[in-house]
Design a protein around this ligand. Sequence first.
Ligand SMILES: Cc1cc2nc3c(=O)[nH]c(=O)nc-3n(C[C@H](O)[C@H](O)[C@H](O)COP(=O)(O)OP(=O)(O)OC[C@H]3O[C@@H](n4cnc5c(N)ncnc54)[C@H](O)[C@@H]3O)c2cc1C
Length: 584
Amino acid sequence: ITITQSSQLTTSTFDYVIVGGGTAGLVIANRLTENPHVSVLVLEAGGSDQGIVAAEAPFLGPTLTPNTPFDWNYTVTPQASLNGRSFPYPRGHILGGSSSVNYMVHQVGTNEDWNRLAAVSGDPGWAWNNMRQYISKTEKFVPPIDGHNTTGQFIPSLHGFNGEVLCSLPGGNQTIDSRVIATTQQLAEFPFNQDTMGGDHSLLGVGWMQSTDGGGIRSSSSTSYLAQANSRPNLTVLINATVLKLIQTGTSGSLKAFRSVQFANTGATSVATCSGLRTVTARKEVILSAGSIGSTQILQLSGIGDAKKLASLKIPSTINNPNVGENLSDHPLLPNVFSVKGNLSFDGILRDPNQINNAVGQWISSRTGIFSNNVANHYGFARLPPSSTIFKTTHDPAAGPTSPHWEMVFANFWFNPTVALPATGSFMTIVTVVISPTSRGSITLASSNPFDKPLINPNFLSTDFDIFAMRESVKAIKRFLAAPAWSDYVIGPFGDAFSKAKTDAQIEKYIRGLATTIFHPVGTASMTSAKSSAGVVNPDLTVKGAAGLRVVDASVFPFVPSSHTQGPVYLLAERAADIIKAAA
Ligand SMILES: Cc1cc2nc3c(=O)[nH]c(=O)nc-3n(C[C@H](O)[C@H](O)[C@H](O)COP(=O)(O)OP(=O)(O)OC[C@H]3O[C@@H](n4cnc5c(N)ncnc54)[C@H](O)[C@@H]3O)c2cc1C
């Protein structure tokens, strides 16, 4: 059952308390309550995702962030390598978490990502050979909304058809689709990739996007894992409940137990003025699934972090671990906008309120039309050539020899998150992304007030490798568009900065003035081997030095996967549920 008021709770003790009803949290909630004798409470700060058109119509997903009630509305600290710019850093503040507000691109990382995780953590259970099994538990591949023949657009044998989350191929033409595919035939540098999910199949090349939607509707952890389990009497999901901290409940040998959770109604600005302050306790475990930012913040507010830094905020230290909040790793994004001929781009529709209303109406009445489809139909991944000068000074940071260094995503409209659509013009955007970044940042508390936003510093493009890879991605997409397929369509780079970006120095200047995030923060509660004092969690996701406490969310990945991160989080959470069940 999902409830909205803490007064509806009939008990304060559950077998498990899950903090955060997001992507990972709702997977754990579903799997643990498969056993009717196990009781689970989920505490979620955000509200319901039901009845919100933008959370359902795939194309409208990007309107859910930033600066909305569905977003935590964080910003990054001024980024030293991006001309001191600060910009939004979206995270879902809604049931389903970021899976309810994200762009739904579906991938699971490369086999090398998972094998590296197994090597770093010393747990072979994280290797791809073992993780592969969870695809069939998460994925339910369904036909695209337009019912077209998908032969050759994905490899069915790699996929699951009976899992929880709906996945599908694009169900509408983006009008540049045939040009993208033709380019893969015209340029050897950019081969066609028949399946872009990753795992058993290489991510390298350009192919059809797979999205977590079905029937023209977003599929999130809420519409899938939770919807399937919500009627179980042993599951309670309390929304509008913001967790303030964990409370130590004793010791277990040398470990400190944290089985109590303090929370209050969402919406307050300080502990003194909050309402509904309450504590619940887990008989077995508390599972932190509040995401790369939320879980880190809660750990630090509970005294689990750098004792010196916490002392300066007058937070008593419980477990001194300076690694908490460090190692923040994210994929930087660059929206490269090109002017194009004609009026086939979507910009005409997107700047005309009448056409938008019609498209919303069509989506509401039949789940069809432009808003039933995701914002992109194609994307591709590539490696830097081995002869690249950067490898003379930098060890190759990719997850392995067949994992990508950078990504490109194609959208036939203006897709520049930080700049509004101009009043006239037709555009195409090729977003490029550094996929194997070496920059590392941090999340630190701004104050001891749990309602204050933490200081988020991803430290984007602060290493030679990252700026090199982004620079080469800009050159590569220009080569991509030099294919005959584009000769009668693309006019050229849009805007002064991009038009002038010709030499390496000019391209770097352009990048530093424009780059932002593709929303994939990980690493702030990194998994390391059980023997290691580096990191925050052990391979079984228990918090180092703690009893009764695990972290299960994107924060535990020590390296950002070589792909979009939602799919890796689903697989991680599925295995975590097995680990938790086995420990019970
Ligand atoms: C705008 C956007 C677009 C993205 N696009 C894609 C994409 O296309 N493809 C892809 O693969 N990935 C994408 N991602 C990334 C992906 O969605 C995330 O990596 C993934 O969902 C993270 O899952 P999680 O479980 O770690 O955290 P989340 O899903 O964010 O869950 C954390 C939950 O905890 C709750 N919470 C946090 N703090 C508290 C607290 N103190 N008390 C109570 N509850 C709390 C939050 O409200 C949230 O519901 C995108 C992310 C965003 C934000």
